[in-house]
Design a protein around this ligand. Sequence first.
Ligand SMILES: Cc1cc2nc3c(=O)[nH]c(=O)nc-3n(C[C@H](O)[C@H](O)[C@H](O)COP(=O)(O)OP(=O)(O)OC[C@H]3O[C@@H](n4cnc5c(N)ncnc54)[C@H](O)[C@@H]3O)c2cc1C
Length: 475
Amino acid sequence: MSGKDEQSTAAAGGFDVIVVGARCAGASLATLLARRGLSVCLVDKAAPSEDTPSTHIFEADALAFLDELGVLDELRGLGAPLVARADARVGDVRWPVTWPVRPGDPGGVMSVRRFRLDPVLARAAQAAGATLLTETAVTDVLRAPDGRVEGVRLAQGGGARRTERELRARLVVGADGRGSTVARACGARAYHVSPNRFALFWGYFAHARIGEPTFTFHRWADRVVLGCPTDDGLYQVQVGVDPARVREFRAGLPGSLLEYARSCPPVAETLRGAEPVGEPGAVTHWKGCFREASGPGWVLVGDAGHFKDPTAGRGIGDAFLQAGSLAEVLAGHLPVDGDDTGGGDASARRLDAALASWGAWRDREFAEPYWFAVDIGSLDPLPSVLPEVLRGMRRAGTADRLFDLVNHRARPSDVLTGPRVLGAVARLLARGRFGVLREAADVARLARERRALERRPRYEADRARDRQRGPAGSR
Ligand SMILES: Cc1cc2nc3c(=O)[nH]c(=O)nc-3n(C[C@H](O)[C@H](O)[C@H](O)COP(=O)(O)OP(=O)(O)OC[C@H]3O[C@@H](n4cnc5c(N)ncnc54)[C@H](O)[C@@H]3O)c2cc1C
């Protein structure tokens, strides 16, 4: 759709849906909605092909989604291989992984830099008929007299060239990332908030000895190193750094990154003779959280509604999963061409209720993986029971199933089952490792606390208020 079409759509009463944010969550949702005949405006403050600070490893479920969206061949054309193998290490347990896939899956793992992946998604949305506005920031939402969100305020250009205008729609979707403007404007409260416990640094290398494409994931002692072939024949390396060492690590770049990466033997071997390409990337602060998913006339998808520690490599796949399921809900509740058979207010209420149910599904679906991401996103010593469970699974030939967690096809509780954990505890006790009892008690207590939080979330605003008041009894 051209700019003229945008004006005529706006003049005719607005779009069916405005999607704010044109990357993994927003562009794929816009594509799915436009293909169903809805009029969609996709808005992003970034320029086309602008990068975003994120690494970009995604897994089997995401590959299946991209294939269905019809963009996988284009991504493969960028020189990113499909990776079928992993070299995994957790504590002192290391094993070669055949990545778990289902029949019909195009592959196990892929990595495509974001300034190449995201434009492919945005172009798919345009090809499906969505209007794409880039370098256009949403500054606020518009509300009807009853408070219902009914559009957005847009700003383009800066200084004397800045222009502002309004755009209306039946629904506003915030797909605008972890610092979401839509979430803030709609008053969506954050819960399960957890600050990062290490900083992430990453870099790219040319002429690496990639051989058979392999995803390396090594987490041992106080270290985590990930390595994966990415697009253009490059090799991507990512490490977790203790926040107390960030300043020193940054000052030592790129040598500090290389030195850390080389402490992981398979990555060291791959990097023999390789040359760094570009400046290393870093993100040193973030907060994982869920946000209230929806309200009258608005909904959040992707990182805008739920951000988790990136070490689990699940942000992109989860954004696709959410976009896919949200598209189904919206297709059922936003009649094409405003063909509103149920009456305006009644159908708006039905839409709001459907979005609230979708939000409840999101929380159920992603709570366990979220806590798992919190746990692996830390350089704290691993509980000894975890490598012992994996040793048991290796003996049984089921250790590769661990990676179904990052395919979002198994939950942590499907892998770390009661019998497996009890078996591991018993084996450790038989070896005189009595400290495992305390560890097991701590893990069980944490699990109980988290279940309680899921039933009764603690909102960030409440926590801030409690902090201001000081400890109970001090008033
Ligand atoms: C350091 C790091 C490493 C990561 N590594 C991985 C990984 O290896 N694998 C993985 O799966 N995930 C990873 N993630 C997570 C992943 O980046 C996100 O989950 C994913 O980008 C979510 O996509 P999204 O579309 O929801 O949001 P985003 O990709 O953040 O896109 C949001 C878009 O909204 C736009 N926007 C924001 N505000 C406005 C506004 N006011 N008006 C208009 N537009 C706006 C932005 O310009 C942006 O283009 C990582 C994240 C970080 C921080």
